[in-house]
Design a protein around this ligand. Sequence first.
Ligand code: FES
Length: 234
Amino acid sequence: MNQRKDLWWVEWLAMAIALTVLLIYASWTTFNGQNYIAGPYRSPFYPFDFGIFGLSPALLVFWIPVAFRLTCYYWRQVYYRSYFLDPQGCAVKEFRKGYNGETKFPFILQNLHRYFVYLAMILLILHWKETFNSFYYDDKIGIGVGSVILLLDSVFITIYVFSCHFLRHLVGGGLQQFSCSSCNKLRYKAWQGISALNLRHALWAWISLITIIVADIYVRLLAKGIIVDINTWR
Ligand code: FES
């Protein structure tokens, strides 16, 4: 019996719809290997130009953010509830009888998240490289709306990655006490910083997913000549 009388399902239905729309767009742009550069701006989905066998360059790297987000503790909660209805919600009757948690294939693969964090950091470096490049065009330093959009995207993706639950454990886990030990002071500070970001991990997860798609749409619209960038290079 469902003991909840509130609209507990609205949040998860809204998330399922939003996530589906964003994923459809992300898949489309990954396979559409055109119009991803406009002036000093490059879509964050395309950190480089070389594809293989004529395929879109984004296909070479897209599996990293996909695997990273798919195994993220927060996104797991979202798609387990929104797509699998498992669990549907607190104090809501479950459909399934047995429960193996994430101890059996394929869900045991969620443990790979710790490795995808490192790969995501490599992508983050490429991300920032393109953001810095967006402030340089025609042999001149400048700024445009596109530079600001790409900068915001890099900032939010960085916050999302550095608010990771695994990273928080990596930095501060496995210790009985570290706040009073001088050799662990740095570690303690890092743990405090990550913990502060970690409190809003869900928020950063959504914002960073939205900003990367906004950045891609902006670059594509510019490349197609549908909009004009306001910048200091004109
Ligand atoms: Fe979400 Fe690591 S737990 S990114």
